[in-house]
Design a protein around this ligand. Sequence first.
Ligand code: SF4
Length: 216
Amino acid sequence: MDETLRRKILEISDILDKAAPPHIAFLEATDPFKLLISVILSAQTTDRQVNIVAQELFSTYPDPHALAKASIDDVKAIIKSTGYYNAKAKNIIGCAAALEARYEGVVPDTMEDLTTLPGVGRKTANCILGGIYGRPAIIVDTHFGRVVRRLGLVSSDDPTKIEHRIAALLPPERHYRFSMTVNWFGRIRCHAKAPECGTCMLAHVCPWEGKTTAVS
Ligand code: SF4
């Protein structure tokens, strides 16, 4: 069974790799600190909104030292439009303070260290490990989970189980690119509502009973 799934996920990985843009980035931040804070802010909102807010946030607080000393009310005012701003303000200031206190202002490069930071779970840590440090990383967000379930690669709803299952099926060197291409595909084609199955390049390997159009 796993061999069949391994062949299937490799085929899907190849198809998406060819179809997707060579470089995929949803958040504009590229330095480790700014990307980390942007990913924390991206919970329950759009990347577009985060990119807008990030401009003011990082022009005021460009590094962990500055953000660690920020007034929480000032930070809340800047990030309010991203939602859950009370918790997010507390987390990003706490995260900056922890980077200062424990890592000399440098974003760590292990899952163990990253997930000790306020507001950082496995998804956020994997964004940093894959996007900044070039490590194998399966990033399970809402798009990724939906697409791999529909494709019959996993049955679980649990992000950590999905991450481990996909990681076990795919060679590590494909992990990060697969994460990004599946995410891209979930946004442009395999939408939560009204997926575009009629023009889908994966329809022939998709067993989802909710497929909207039969494809030969
Ligand atoms: Fe998603 Fe439809 Fe393609 Fe299946 S056929 S992967 S549900 S867009």
